[in-house]
Ligand binder design. Structure first.
Ligand SMILES: NC(=O)c1ccc[n+]([C@@H]2O[C@H](COP(=O)([O-])OP(=O)(O)OC[C@H]3O[C@@H](n4cnc5c(N)ncnc54)[C@H](OP(=O)(O)O)[C@@H]3O)[C@@H](O)[C@H]2O)c1
Length: 336
């Protein structure tokens, strides 16, 4: 039996002292599986969270990290799609092929009870790898599965940004740097915040037009709003804590892609929002176009509004009281 090296979390531990390098048998792929010889694995913020939170690890000796690139090393039975030597990257979630995501999204590779990729060899479902872009090295390709896909989805998913749009990315983390690059790719203008003076020039060299230090400027969103007249998209990699300033930066009709779930005192359950890929949309009544569409739908379908109470012109006080009573089922109308 040949052995390989892999990293595991020691059960119940927090931080890097809980990481252990051990020898383990090289795993054999079963039906529908492939074995990948890992050539590069990449860290994300979420791996730090899992490191520091044993409750996110349901398996006693979980293998960490979700993102890797490597080559197919052995192919299990019933896998026509892959050949030995194919260059692949890991896929973060199982079963999430197109939008919307499945009802029960896992936490991805390297969390809960799904072993990650920080091993010399890993066995994955054949559907849990995708071709690595041929122009990228293994090191480069390993950065894509989480940070790359997240930024792409936020910018090019249901509501793609385009030429001339303004995109704000928060901080200079992995997702944000992909966000900058993908925005520029689409001809959009990119703006960024950072709390780190030294990273300013890096952000500028990647094409950020404006950079605001969120530590020196607590109202960074308002500042971005003033500088730009409002951005079309915010990639909020912080989460609930950054919503107010993200809104301040946004133009009317703009979109905030909520990506981060950093610690926050907000009652908004951001984790549930992310897992459902839910869309929260602000509504300010609606336009004349909306009225026209509604009106013709009412006509087409013979819909009748529900009226609970009709009162006379001089019964305005009664109308208010009836409305405030909470007893009515339908609208209160004053008929003249
Ligand atoms: N929803 C999803 O599917 C998904 C996927 C990937 C990542 N995420 C989340 O997205 C976030 C970023 O992940 P990552 O892997 O890109 O992180 P990362 O590479 O570790 O980068 C973190 C960066 O965030 C910035 N930052 C930290 N606190 C901030 C704050 N209060 N305001 C603004 N920026 C702040 C810092 O930038 P500066 O040093 O420039 O200040 C820091 O370098 C995390 O919350 C992660 O959990 C979510």
């Amino acid at each position: 039996m040949s052995l390989m090296r892999r990293w595991v979390f020691t059960p119940g531990t927090r931080g890097i002292r809980g990481l252990r390098l051990e020898a383990a048998p090289v795993p054999e792929p079963g039906q529908g599986e492939v074995r990948v010889r890992i050539r590069a694995a990449c860290l994300n913020y979420r791996d730090q969270m899992i490191l520091d939170a044993p409750q996110l690890r349901a398996k006693p000796h979980l293998v960490p990290l979700s993102d890797a690139a490597g080559e197919i090393d052995a192919v299990g039975a019933g896998v026509p799609t892959w050949r030995v030597g194919d260059r692949v990257v890991s896929v973060f979630f199982g079963g999430y092929y197109t939008d919307p995501p499945p009802d029960r999204l896992t936490m991805g590779l390297g969390a809960a009870s799904e072993d990650g990729v920080m091993a010399e060899f890993v066995v994955l479902a054949a559907t849990r790898v995708l071709p690595a872009p041929p122009s990228l090295t293994f090191v480069e390709a390993s950065t894509l599965p989480c940070a790359g896909v997240t930024a792409w989805n936020a910018l090019q998913g249901a509501n793609p940004v385009g030429e001339g749009d303004k995109v704000l990315v928060l901080g200079s983390g992995g997702v944000s740097l992909f966000g900058l690059a993908f925005s520029r790719l689409r001809g959009a203008q990119a703006l960024a915040t950072t709390g780190n003076r030294i990273k300013r020039s890096g952000l500028a060299s990647l094409g950020a037009n404006e950079i605001v230090n969120y530590k020196d400027t607590p109202h960074w969103g308002q500042k971005i709003g003033e500088l730009t007249g409002g951005v079309d998209r915010v990639l909020n990699t912080v989460g609930a804590e950054a919503m107010t300033e993200s809104l301040a930066a946004l133009r009317p009709g703009g979109e905030i892609a909520v990506i981060g779930a950093m610690p926050s005192t907000s009652p908004l359950d951001v984790n549930r929002l992310l897992a459902k890929a839910a869309v929260i949309r602000g509504i300010a009544v609606g336009s004349q176009a909306a009225f026209r569409e509604m009106s013709s739908a009412i006509e087409r379908h013979g819909l009748k509004p529900k009226v609970a109470l009709v009162l006379g012109f001089d019964e305005l006080r009664e109308a208010f009281l009836a409305q405030a009573s909470g007893e009515l089922f339908g609208k209160v109308v004053l008929s003249l």
